[in-house]
Design a protein around this ligand. Structure first.
Ligand SMILES: CC(C)(COP(=O)(O)OP(=O)(O)OC[C@H]1O[C@@H](n2cnc3c(N)ncnc32)[C@H](O)[C@@H]1OP(=O)(O)O)[C@@H](O)C(=O)NCCC(=O)NCCS
Length: 84
């Protein structure tokens, strides 16, 4: 099962690492729950969100339409063995 990870913080707390901390914790929870993959969607222009995805280990897979807009689809497969 794939689960979508969303994230949003109040602007006064941006760029403190909290988004990444939350994303990494969500990935770890998904792994513990035995989910096979997590996905995340963002606009191409959302550099901060794309950076959070990168830092949480998700990788760009595709460009898809979502809510009537082109979005980037990132994915992390969890059923593969973890890198050492
Ligand atoms: C996306 C969001 C959750 C990120 O949270 P955050 O706590 O600011 O993220 P972090 O501090 O962990 O990391 C942000 C990274 O993006 C980078 N970044 C932020 N704004 C940037 C910009 N305009 N251009 C380039 N890089 C940018 C930061 O430098 C940091 O990368 P680094 O660690 O390599 O320096 C936050 O910006 C937010 O709530 N945005 C509004 C809601 C939203 O867009 N949610 C995502 C919907 S898909």
């Amino acid at each position: 099962m794939a689960v979508e990870l969303p994230w949003a913080l109040v602007p006064e707390r941006w760029n403190e690492g909290l988004g990444t901390e939350a994303a990494v914790a969500a990935v770890e929870t998904a792994r513990r729950l035995g989910l096979s993959e997590v996905v995340a969607l963002t606009l191409r222009t959302n550099t901060a969100s794309r950076r959070v995805m990168d830092k949480a280990g998700l990788r760009l897979m595709d460009e898809i339409e979502h809510a009537g807009l082109p979005h980037l689809l990132y994915r992390l497969k969890l059923d593969a063995p973890e890198a050492p």
